[in-house]
Design a protein around this ligand. Structure first.
Ligand code: RUQ
Ligand code: CUA
Length: 675
């Protein structure tokens, strides 16, 4: 993002130098922004925040949860990236979550968040997230704050315009950033045959209203443009989707210049109700593809990964009245729909104004066929015919717009480092406030819904220069909190963020805090290696695999002495946390573990695979400070040479006498057992 924009900036300087000379793009100094309002962002110790802020992590592939207005960080949810902290992506149960048609892909680049909606408002059930690198969508369960599902997207290369959601969570979309040859085509073609061979795709992913499970309902094959962002229509524009696209030039090299050649790119308008009709009428073609669908089951506490092989593709050429284009100035980035569904705001990164389209006018233009020719067979609506008007001289580098529900839009300006507030009705600029520095996305709680909660606005900045204590070559990214209750926006607080946030949503604390999962019921645990009580703990050998059925409870593990493991054995520690209490996780780690530790929630079973790489005594212990005797929560594993006659033996609480290896089979004690 950063480097792209620096390049963009260079192009901008080259192409519109005089424009830049009259408009200062330098942010004002830190001094002039000093202030903030401690009282308004202060959440007293022991008090709760008003909102959960669910923030994308960018290149860390995770999601972070902050409190608003305090800016306090509560949790990092591993989504597309492995987490050594929890064992996500390392434990045997969670590894399948990161399976793809490319194999195990343990990281991604996570840009956008969409919260589930009912009737255009947040319903507090799920958060959806995109993986921009290896095209994927994730669903996070907001009762556990954990990743519940990951779906790979075929015919796609860079899932950037995603996940945007319809007002009843009918669909989330995934539109490809890079056009490429489709998965069933021979992709071994010269890159300079882009114009003939490269195609774009938009996936409509259905969301099961009860379980939340995602499935690719259909895809639309599009001209070979780059999709950037999108928004669903709402209210009067329900049934429609809007996508910004750039590189209508179909350049395949030096895009910074070649994809900015034309005066206008497009907003692609999709009538998805129409698409559903075509689908029903059998107009979609079945295409052979390969993509992974990974689901985590909270009963077996395990994920499964299934490779799917078919997708339904609609071709706009065979489906009239399904797709239209509206010309849009200069490489549009965000395309945002206001709470009423009437206005569609498209932000051309290189444009000097912000066009605002009217859904009513758009419908009329379509009905009257006020077209300006075609692009790859898709009708292009006359710019003026769909235009409500332009916000004139808003600033430089408009990216994204959010709404306060009171008739105003707030647009982030990357190049001039500011947020500009303007009125939807007459497009008048009302206020501007500097950001520190180079803002990307911004978020107003409920901003993308039909009923924004307003009150706060959060800016997510790419660059912080002089705002924080420096930390070597890389400085922190950060967010800034503004009060938007008055006519003028007011800076309240700076807070550093983890990763590089792109989009975020915020939802009232009251919608989530009372429905949090406190623990998993042990009697419902259907894990194949569950141990429901200490009496069931055991160790069994299967060839060179040793399976340990282990329990954890404050403050010991059962078994805690294990002997008879041989060099080279694969040991699977299946640890069940048998606590039935809120916030009582236990960890498990063993010396030399070359994957991670695991963190096991109450009532849950997780498995750590470990290979005995040396002869000796290897301690294991709990990594989560769980009680006054947490340091005592530990055990020993003995590894003997291959061919040794030490029998497999496990015990807890048995202070067995010194025995010879040959004698070990005769050992007796309360829970001492020999296999
Ligand atoms: S983008 S900073 Cu990846 Cu959403 Cu605009
Ligand atoms: Cu369990 Cu520390």
């Amino acid at each position: 993002m950063k480097s792209n924009f620096f390049k963009t900036h260079v192009v901008l300087i080259l192409t519109s130098a005089c424009f830049l000379l009259i408009q200062s793009c330098k942010p004002r100094t830190t001094q002039s922004a000093a202030g903030g309002d401690a009282a308004k962002s202060f959440v007293a110790p022991g008090k709760y925040d008003e909102f959960y802020n669910i923030v994308s992590g960018g290149f860390n592939g995770q999601i972070a949860i902050y409190g608003i207005p305090s800016g306090r960080l509560f949790r990092i949810i591993p989504v597309f990236s492995q987490s050594p902290e929890s064992g996500y992506g390392f434990s045997e149960e969670t590894k399948p979550m990161l399976n793809t048609s490319h194999g195990f892909v343990p990281w991604d680049d996570q840009h956008h968040i969409a919260l589930s909606q009912t009737k255009g408002e947040h319903d507090g059930r799920w958060a959806f997230a995109n993986g921009n690198n290896t095209p994927r969508l994730a669903r996070i369960d907001l009762t556990t704050f954990r990743t519940a599902e990951i779906l790979e997207i075929p015919n796609s290369a860079g899932n950037h315009a995603s996940p945007f959601i319809t007002e009843n969570s009918e669909y989330i979309v995934a539109a490809t950033r890079f056009s490429v040859p489709f998965d069933d085509q021979n992709g071994d073609v010269p890159i300079n045959t882009y114009k003939q061979n490269f195609k774009g795709s938009i996936s409509f992913v259905s969301v099961n209203p009860t379980s939340g499970e995602m499935n690719i309902a259909f895809q639309i094959r599009t001209p070979g443009v780059n999709f950037d962002l999108s928004r669903a229509g709402k209210g009067k524009s329900h049934g429609w989707f809007f996508f910004s696209c750039y590189n209508s030039e179909k350049a395949n090299t030096l895009l910074e210049v070649n994809a900015s050649a034309k005066d206008k790119d497009f907003v692609m308008v999709v009538n998805w109700k129409k698409a559903e009709e075509y689908l029903k009428a059998g107009k979609a073609k079945k295409q052979t593809v390969r993509y992974a669908h990974n689901v985590y089951d909270e009963k077996t506490h395990s994920a499964t990964s299934v490779i799917k092989t078919e997708v339904l593709v609609l071709d706009p050429a065979q489906c009239p009245d399904m797709v239209y284009l509206i010309p849009c100035p200069k490489s549009p980035h965000g395309t945002d729909v206001d709470p009423t569904g009437e206005y569609i705001v498209a932000s051309g990164k290189l444009a000097a104004s912000i066009p605002v389209f009217s859904f009513t006018k758009l419908q009329k233009a379509i009905a009257d066929k006020v077209f300006d020719g075609e692009y790859d067979g898709i009708p292009v609506i006359k710019y003026e015919a769909a235009l409500h008007g332009e916000v004139v001289k808003p600033g430089l580098g408009p990216l994204h717009t959010e709404f306060d529900g009171k008739g105003n839009g707030y647009t982030s300006m990357f190049v001039s480092s500011e947020i500009v507030k303007w009125r939807l009705s007459d497009l008048k600029v009302l206020d501007r406030v500097p950001t520190y520095y180079s803002i990307g996305h911004l978020s107003i709680p409920g901003g993308p819904t039909a009923k924004p909660y307003g009150k706060y606005m959060i800016a997510y900045n790419k660059i912080t220069k002089d705002r924080y204590l420096p930390t070597g070559p890389e400085l922190t990214q950060s967010a800034q909190l503004f009060d938007i209750t008055g006519e003028k926006m007011k800076l309240l607080l700076d807070f550093p963020t983890t990763g590089e946030p792109h989009y975020a949503e915020a939802i009232p604390a009251s919608m989530l805090m009372n429905k949090q999962k406190k623990f998993f019921k042990i009697e419902e645990n259907a894990h194949p290696y569950v141990t429901k009580g200490e009496g069931q703990a055991k160790v069994e050998r299967k060839g060179n695999q040793v399976h340990v059925w282990m329990t954890s409870i404050r403050s010991h593990m059962t078994p805690d002495n294990i002997e008879g493991v041989k060099l080279g054995d694969e040991v699977y520690f299946h640890v069940t946390n048998i606590e039935q209490d809120w916030d009582a996780p236990h960890g498990f780690a063993i010396k030399g573990a070359n994957n991670a530790e695991i963190l096991i929630m109450p009532g849950e079973t997780q498995t750590l695979k470990w290979v005995a790489d040396r002869v000796g005594i290897l301690p294991f212990y709990c990594t989560d400070f769980c009680s006054a005797l947490h340091q005592e929560m530990s055990g020993y594993l003995r590894v003997s040479p291959v061919g040794s006659n030490v029998a497999l033996h496990y015990s807890t609480g048995t202070n067995k006498p010194l025995v010879t290896d040959a004698d070990s089979a005769k050992v007796n004690g309360s829970t001492s057992k020999v296999k």
